[in-house]
Design a protein around this ligand. Sequence first.
Ligand SMILES: O=C(CO)[C@H](O)[C@H](O)COP(=O)(O)O
Length: 862
Amino acid sequence: MTTTLSVVESAKRQAAYRAVDEHFPQHARFVGIGSGSTVIYVVERIVHLGRDVTDSITFIPTGYQSKELIINGGLKLGSIDRHTELDIAFDGADEVDPYLNCIKGGGACLFQEKLVAICAKKFVVVADYRKLSPSLSTHYAPGIPIEVVPPAATHILSRLITLGAVNPAIRMGGTSKAGPCITDNSNFIIDAPFPDGFIPSPSSPLSHPHKPLSPALSATPVNAAAVERGGERVGGMDILGKEGGHPGAAVGMGVGSNEKVEELARALKSIVGVVEHGIFWNGDRKPVVAYFGMEDGRVETRGCLFLFSFDIQTPQALNPIIPSCYGSDVEDALPEKKFHMCTNISPGTLEYSTSTGLYPAVWIFEATQSTEPTTQNQWTQSKTPHQITTSHPKDDDTAKPMHACLLQVNLAWIQNRPKTAHQPTTGRSCSFFPPTQQPIPNMSSSSSRRPTLTRLTRYDTPDADQFVLLHATPTSAVRPLDLKLHATEGERAFATNITQSKIYELRARSYTGTSEDLEKIFLALLLKQDVGVERGVELAAAVDAKGVTLTVRQDIGGIKQRIAALQIPEGEVEIPIFEWAVEACGDLNSGSTQLGSLQRKVESQEKEIEALTKQLKDLAVFKKEHEEMLLVKFSELLNSKKTKIRELSRELEVRGGDAVSSKAESPIAEDESEVAEPAPTRGRGGRGRARGRAKAAAPPRKRKPIAPPTDSESDSFAKMDTGSKGRPSPDDETEDSEEEAGPSRGYLRQDARSDRSITEDEDELPPVRRPIAFTIKKPDPEPEWTPDEDVEMDEPLPAQPARIGGRTKSGGGKGKKPAPPPTSRGTGRVTRSKPQEPSPSPPPSPPANDNDETGDSEDEEL
Ligand SMILES: O=C(CO)[C@H](O)[C@H](O)COP(=O)(O)O
């Protein structure tokens, strides 16, 4: 056991030392330090480098343990929340597959480990031989570590089971911690074993390794490269980011395995509550190289080899293929360090720079599912975007034949190449170019790499005919502002190259924007890209003895403020005016075509707007008509209700008259006549008319008729409502109950009951007085209406005690308060009128007269 341990520890140490020796950057400023037992040796080796190397470096930990390691090693401690661009990160791993996909998180630090890894230009894994695995989740028994927000743990456990995890469980804190293990971020860790290398339940999409998840995904195949040297495999990986895809078809790499990793990684990430999972894959970050200390004391490396990728211009473009290199360190991936990377990219040729010289690209094969390279000695032009060719270098004299194959080309990914935290660098060492989901707008399309010709106004002369022609040719497919600039003012020639990384250095002192803003400005002005630059920003030129000065400036209220300037020195260059003219004509033609199609689009949209406007107008008319129709219907309905109420009132009046007459001789009747004395009215409408009606209807005897409605009651329906305002308030009822029960009570109660039978039906409730929208005020009564009809229309409601006292509670008959419907309540029930105060000298109600009809007009209007 002791022996085994020492072998393992020794293997870890060997791997860590080799990794540091071979990868520690010379001028590193920020270095990520991972977690685990192997990383201890990484720090140990870094400390060996000496203070003159390490003192200028800040070390970024991935958790508490590595923080301690850094401090104890006497190294300068930084933090990932302050430094997000690291030169390199070293970390351990729990399992590594041939693609360099890793499982990490055995030490519960996976979240910060991933964060540090994605922030590092280069991510190097150190491990011992036990971590080498043919397929993830076959060697590392605990399963995929997943950091989860504690309240979501139960939910996540069940989701994991549906994804095919077998007995996923919350990791416990061990003997020294009761309960779950808590991460540095106060979360839980769930370990989810997916046995058999991610073969999940049959119902899961993950169980169909060859079934593309979606057409979009299947259209973006994996790019896989394998490198063999003299038959011995020295490295392999899928080299480009991808949205999803086919099984990686790299030679001998377990077809399908990579796809499963990706699918599982995505599936895990999509579960609510999952903070991060421990799969380090191409979609976030996997190492460019992994070092494994072997049992026999050797160190094996697995490198991710990136040979080159292609940028495809449209077939119409002059140069169909401009290959460029952006990838991981080929040099690092190959222990032999025989070649570095492709350089000297120009249309039609591809050369590799190796330590022994330049080699033209020679192997070409179509980027299909083919796994066998097709050897040719030249570039073939791409006829369609799917016929991409690739190549690998001709071997030099000293090395054995090398076969590299780019098995599939992820066109979609290349064409919409995502922006990355770390732009690839040119030169001997090339950074890994991890994919993200964000495409760079307009930067990677083929059109963005076409040369542009711009006529610039000269600001050094008032002569408007003087100008400078500026021709910009992109030289990199990755950095759009790496440009070759040629200019002429007609006689002299000027030339220079600019690089995107130096653009910010061209800024004026007063410029306060970011480098990104400035890049946008240059993209807009030099490459005519639509990247949303402020108005008034322009490029102008001045010519002097030294050359042409291009000035980027902004017109702010007539004042030109300088943003940046760039000198193009005079040079011995040829100005291919004819080619420029051809390009300009081509641009003009395609511009005109575009304009034409845009104009047609505008026209059709205008027509659409016209049709919609007409539709809107029609709708407005229809709405109006509909409203009017509703209004008419409503008024008809109300009138019919009124008619019904009138009939009922009349019936009640008749019945009331009988009742009174039958009691005319009793003393109570006298009382009643006193109580029923109507209140003085304000001489308007209803009451007078009602009185008139009462006179006409009642037998001619000395009995007060049923109290006519007050103004408010007899007012037009336009002043009524069926709402709650028409209901009695508790006050009303109290006051009602205070009314004296006179001989008329039985009569009144009877009325009240009758009334109640009406009022209980919501529809039958007379509306309270309030202005309503549908009232159409007519200035005059309808001529064909006879006064009688008018009176009919305004027939008061059945007698109510409100009138007994001569006026209503409602504002002394001012009609402000809704006329409550009558009700009955026990023996003392009376109508809902307020108790009536006897009027000091109640004038007799005036007989119905012509004036009465004035108030009727409102009814008529309905
Ligand atoms: O991912 C990790 C911690 O979260 C470790 O890097 C991983 O567990 C490897 O550890 P060791 O080097 O001790 O084997």
